[in-house]
Write a protein that binds this ligand. Structure first.
Ligand code: CA
Length: 225
């Protein structure tokens, strides 16, 4: 099940915000960037908050407390100093986790994923899914796929790949998202394995559904007629 998370990034330092935003977008997250506590409190619809503590208008700890008082959105605090971390932990202000500057984008992503796993109960996909007007049927319980009534012989990874793409038909999924979900890999380099499996899947699906290449991004599954 694909959960497209909208991240509210509260950070007044432009270089840090830029690099974080690029990394998050690359992983398929939608990012809303604000620079102040007031803007953070006015923002709506975030599924995750990355919160710098040193903000120009307010103490980030107050922003954290206020956000927590309003609801249970996951909050990861970005802190510049070790003593800030002590305050976060000591005051139990409701943050779910924290990262200390300097940090790498991968570290932030890993913490976000861990927090999201904790707070989101595993989504339960439909057991049987039918696409392309019933020509393509995916039985998730049995891990079997039928096209026009005939079962496809798919390798386990081909099945996982198709099941992942079919979670969001029509949506463009990034190579990084797919690699993480299907191969459980953090991978910024070339992903030839993915292309090989996409090629095999295309041959086996025939015209029942199309795996389109989204240039510079990744792939999308488009149901056939
Ligand atoms: Ca700051």
């Amino acid at each position: 099940m694909i959960v497209l998370v909208r991240v509210l990034l509260v950070e007044d330092d432009q270089p840090i915000a830029d690099s974080l935003r690029r990394g998050l977008v690359r992983y398929g997250y939608e990012v809303v960037w604000v620079r102040t506590g007031a803007e953070a409190l006015a923002a709506e619809g975030a599924g995750m908050v990355l919160l710098d503590l040193g903000l120009p208008d307010m103490d980030g700890l107050d922003v954290c407390r206020e956000l927590r008082a309003r609801g249970d959105v996951p909050i990861i605090v970005i802190s510049a100093r070790a003593d800030e971390v002590d305050r976060v932990v000591g005051l139990e202000i409701g943050a779910d986790d924290y990262v200390s500057k300097p940090f790498g984008v991968r570290e932030v992503i890993a913490r976000m994923r861990a927090v999201l796993r904790r707070v989101q109960p595993a989504a339960k996909p439909a057991e049987q899914e039918s696409l392309s007007g019933g020509r393509l049927v995916i039985d998730r319980r049995a891990r079997r796929v039928h096209v026009d009534g005939a079962e496809l012989a798919l390798s386990p990874k081909e099945y996982d790949l198709l099941a992942f793409l079919a979670d969001a038909p029509g949506a463009a999924l990034t190579r990084e998202q797919i690699m993480e979900a299907v191969w459980d890999a953090h991978w910024f380099g070339p992903t030839k394995t993915l292309d090989v499996h996409i090629g095999a899947l295309r041959r086996k699906l025939g015209d029942a559904a199309t795996v389109e290449t989204v240039r510079g991004v990744g792939f999308r599954l488009v149901a056939g007629g």
